[in-house]
Design a protein around this ligand. Structure first.
Ligand code: CP
Length: 306
């Protein structure tokens, strides 16, 4: 079957087809309300989630399908020591599509090898989160009109932030994008992204720890949370957690048509006062996530040509 484990599993033409379908669905939802009738989506979440799990479930329900799963691994037989491989083989017999989040890098790839139905990676540790990238790109396409020729600033925890890894690799495949990576030295973007997708696509990029110094250059600012759950010790987290706090003062030098994205959840890195700025689009972004997941489900189940 077809899986979405890594953003590279989708060609650019397939990505753009998914965005077109998501836009059609958003415009004319009632037309799609029975598309997945009789089909079942399983959501297996071994880590907490609000948006990813609930937007996948809302997406399936709005397509007329049904959902089952667990949001708390302690309620599954994993708590009794069952392996991921056995869990996946079991659930694949009950559901038509599996969406899984797991704290281990590579868990989604392993699951895809044992599953007879499509597996979607809803986040594997600090590695990748491809459906967040679909969400982010649809937001950029809708609100900037293009996913090419942009200067994108990624700010915060670029080391452990899986949404950054997936989005930077994918934006690198579109034409003429430039990137600025803004982080404390300890939380820089991993080398495999720089020597991989960025080098391969000859992306012009800079690394800095000063958000204010680059603010005026940015078309898109992608803020991220410091990923407490991936730190080895609490002391380092406490030292780094408030390194960046975006507020109205820092936005004074920003472009008028900047858009501010954040995969959410936000902890403290964007001041609440910024929510009222029309450039703050992170709640719209969360809504686009549901439409693009509707398009993805339809595509993976083979009920929409995409
Ligand atoms: N953006 C995102 O993955 O949010 P959740 O952790 O709430 O699913």
């Amino acid at each position: 079957g077809r899986h979405l484990v890594d953003p590279r599993d989708l060609q650019l033409t397939e990505l753009d087809a998914l965005f077109s379908l998501a836009e059609q669905i958003q415009k004319n939802q009632s037309h799609y309300r029975d598309l997945c009738r009789g089909q079942i989506l399983a959501t297996l979440f071994f880590e907490p989630s609000t948006r990813t799990r609930l937007s996948f479930e809302a997406a399936m329900l709005r397509l007329g399908g049904s959902c089952l799963g667990f949001a708390e691994p302690s309620s599954s037989s994993v708590a009794k020591g069952e392996s991921l491989a056995d869990t996946i083989r079991t659930v694949a017999a009950y559901a038509d599509l599996i969406v899984m989040r797991n704290p281990k890098e590579g868990a989604a790839l392993l699951a895809s090898r044992y599953s007879s139905v499509p597996v979607v990676n809803a986040g594997d540790g600090g590695h990748h989160h491809p459906t967040q990238t679909l969400t982010d790109l649809l937001t950029i396409r809708q609100l900037r009109g293009t996913t090419e020729g942009l200067t994108i600033g990624f700010c915060g925890d670029l080391r452990f932030g899986r949404t950054v890894h997936s989005l930077a690799e994918t934006l690198a495949r579109y034409k003429n994008n430039k990137m600025v990576f803004i982080s404390p030295p300890e939380l820089r973007i991993p080398d495999y992204i720089k020597t991989g997708a960025l080098a391969k696509n000859q992306i012009e990029y800079r690394e800095t720890d000063r958000l204010e110094a680059v603010m005026g250059d940015l078309d898109v600012l992608y803020m991220t949370r410091v990923q407490r759950e991936r730190f080895f010790n609490e002391e380092d987290y406490v030292r780094l957690k408030d390194f960046y706090i975006l507020d109205n003062e820092k936005l004074k030098t920003a472009k008028k048509d900047l858009i501010i994205l954040h995969p959410l959840p936000r902890v403290n890195e964007i001041a609440i006062e910024v929510d009222a700025d029309p450039r703050a689009v992170y709640f719209a972004q969360a809504k686009y996530g549901m439409y693009v997941r509707m398009a993805l489900i339809a595509s993976l189940l083979g009920v929409a040509s995409c």
